[in-house]
Design a binder for this molecule. Structure first.
Ligand code: NAD
Ligand code: K
Ligand code: MN
Length: 362
């Protein structure tokens, strides 16, 4: 019997709806498997915590997370607190504090889901976007002078270190190498951003020599958006900076059908610290509290969490349950044009896992 310590951090908005659903699915896969157990600890950090304590999470919060095997996260973002406070006070604090420097975002069109692209078969869109997750445009360095005056000036300094760029590119090449097509596209804006992005291109060429079996190319980020729409099949693994990949992956999620489906892992590849898994979407103020949130992005994040723990069989079973459920239009949530609620989808995924269990026992 393997026991894993899991931290759950629902955070704000629909995070409070999809993370409990994710936990139910984790319990279902564990109980149907027999040799797997999770010990959950829930952390009520986020907007409500901020209203009580003046911070999004306690000072020693990272210590509480360090002893866990993995973290399941919801969303940081509250309608009544400025976004930069919630983001920096919780999600970025954890990602940067636990040096989860590789943000991995798989995208493909699941069975039964109709993406907005015409002439794009599911096999034409099967990508993994790797986002640099520790520095760059999200370094937090900058400031404002003469605030509110006509002469005000403000900066957000994008810091890219050779160590940081090299480690994310090496991670991306290795990931590309593990996929059938062994293909990587390195995305920059090295025509306009002529210092750090030129360093990216140089480091990419240098790291590429370690991976002679990976076919790689370069693309500017603006051209990359058009390529994603017009020639999706020409892409496989993609690596980009913190900001560029943030934007590209929302586009990718929309092209695959909905923001509500897309998962991500904030990974510490060296495994010094627990990695954190979450849907890529945010708090979704427009639908929170209604029970309409699509939990599939969280369930797919659970699949990534299980893969990261080395529980490949459990991961495959949850993915199969997700795909069986998306294949049925009666189980589509409103973002997919259906009427199903979060609970309906959760119950259906659990029922599928239980059916597998019954088949195994028979
Ligand atoms: P959002 O992802 O919350 O919502 C964008 C749109 O997508 C909304 O119309 C929403 O209803 C829809 N949507 C998102 N997830 C869905 C789901 N699971 N099911 C159905 N529909 C879904 O993005 P936003 O509106 O830009 O941000 C809202 C708040 O969330 C902000 O405070 C923002 O800072 C925060 N945010 C946090 C994270 C994070 O914690 N990782 C990520 C993105 C946004
Ligand atoms: K999220
Ligand atoms: Mn984003």
């Amino acid at each position: 019997m393997k026991t894993y310590k899991i931290a759950t951090i629902p955070g704000d908005g629909i995070g409070k709806e999809v993370v409990p659903a994710g936990r139910i699915v984790m319990e279902a896969v564990a109980s149907s498997q027999g040799d797997l157990r999770f010990e959950f600890e829930n952390f009520d950090w986020g907007g409500d915590y901020y209203r009580q304590h003046g911070v999004m999470m306690p000072e020693d919060g990272l210590d509480a997370l360090r002893g866990k095997d993995a973290i399941l996260f919801g969303s940081a973002g509250d309608a009544n607190i400025p976004d930069h406070i919630t983001l920096w006070g919780l999600r970025l604090k954890i990602c940067q504090g636990l040096d989860q420097y590789a943000n991995v975002r798989p995208t493909r069109i699941l069975p039964g889901i109709d993406g907005p692209l015409k002439r794009c078969a599911p096999e034409d869109l099967d990508w993994v976007i790797v986002r640099e997750n520790s520095e760059g445009e999200y370094s937090g360095v900058g400031g404002r002078v003469h605030q509110g005056h006509p002469i005000e000036a403000a900066t957000d300094v994008s810091i890219m270190t050779r160590v940081g760029v090299e480690r994310i590119l090496r991670f991306a090449f290795r990931l590309a190498q593990s996929r059938p097509r062994k293909q990587l596209t390195v995305i920059t804006k090295s025509n306009a951003q002529r210092h750090a992005m030129v360093m990216w291109d140089e480091v990419a060429a240098q790291v590429a020599r370690e991976f002679p079996d990976v076919a790689w190319d370069k693309e500017l980020v603006d051209a990359a958006t058009a390529r994603m729409v017009n020639r999706p099949r020409t892409l496989d693994t993609i690596v980009a900076t913190n900001l560029h990949a943030d934007i590209l992956s929302d586009l990718a999620a929309a092209l695959a059908g909905s923001l509500g489906i897309a998962p991500t892992g904030n990974i510490d590849p060296e495994r010094r610290y627990p990695s954190m898994f979450e849907p890529i979407h945010g708090s979704a103020f427009d639908i929170m509290g209604k029970g309409w949130a699509n939990p599939v992005g969280t369930f797919w994040s659970v699949v990534m969490l299980l893969e990261h723990l080395g529980e490949a069989a459990a991961a495959r079973r949850v993915m199969a349950a997700i795909e069986a459920v998306t294949a049925d239009p009666a189980l589509h949530t409103r973002d997919l044009g259906g009427q199903a609620g979060t609970d309906d989808v959760t119950r259906a995924v659990c029922a599928h896992l239980a059916r597998h269990d019954a088949a195994r026992a028979a």
